[in-house]
Design a protein around this ligand. Structure first.
Ligand code: FEO
Length: 171
């Protein structure tokens, strides 16, 4: 049986994932506003992915016979600077999320909660991809430097990202 402490920690992560979605929605709005529609698409896909992550926590808590205590979602920044700065902020945020997932896994191991460990495994793998994507784009943006033409070409590439719903965490 899942512990109360574990449920509270999972609910906290539900909130973190909802904040992630909110953050990327704000970034999508900002990049549309500054004329980078490809980047706006990339952040909108990221928003959709984060909503799926949030719902995985929501569904898992219910599958364990518990329910989610929903809390207020923090307000994301309104301004983000350059696209390079935005992706650096994105990477920093994802590194924070990775730490949160690792802390959850540590708690599940400590509590000998095998079901939650299996559930969290999907997120451990997902975070490798999340950070990897950000690192790749940061490298490309550093190569772009101050060239508007190169930035527009990269923006076209970011426009090709498509949302693909991930496999369910609870099989
Ligand atoms: Fe749900 Fe981007 O971590």
């Amino acid at each position: 049986m899942i512990s109360k402490k574990m449920v509270q920690a999972l609910n906290k992560q539900l909130n973190n994932e909802l904040y992630s979605a909110y953050l990327y929605l704000a970034m999508s709005s900002f990049t549309t506003y500054i004329g980078l529609k490809g980047a706006a698409n990339w952040f909108m896909v990221q928003y959709q992915e984060e909503m799926v992550h949030a719902m995985k926590f929501y569904d898992y808590v219910l599958s364990q016979g518990q329910h989610s205590q929903l809390e207020a979602i923090a307000v994301p920044p309104a301004e983000y600077g350059t696209l390079l700065s935005m992706f650096e902020q994105t990477l920093k945020h994802e590194q924070f999320i990775t730490k949160c997932i690792n802390d959850l896994m540590d708690l599940a191991i400590k509590e000998k909660d095998h079901a939650t460990q299996i559930f969290l495994q999907w997120f451990v793998t997902e975070q490798i991809e999340e950070e990897g994507n950000d690192n790749d784009i940061i490298c490309q943006l550093k190569l772009v430097g101050d060239s508007p033409q190169a930035l527009m070409m990269l923006d076209k590439e970011l426009a090709t990202r498509v949302f693909t719903p991930p496999a369910p965490a609870v099989q």
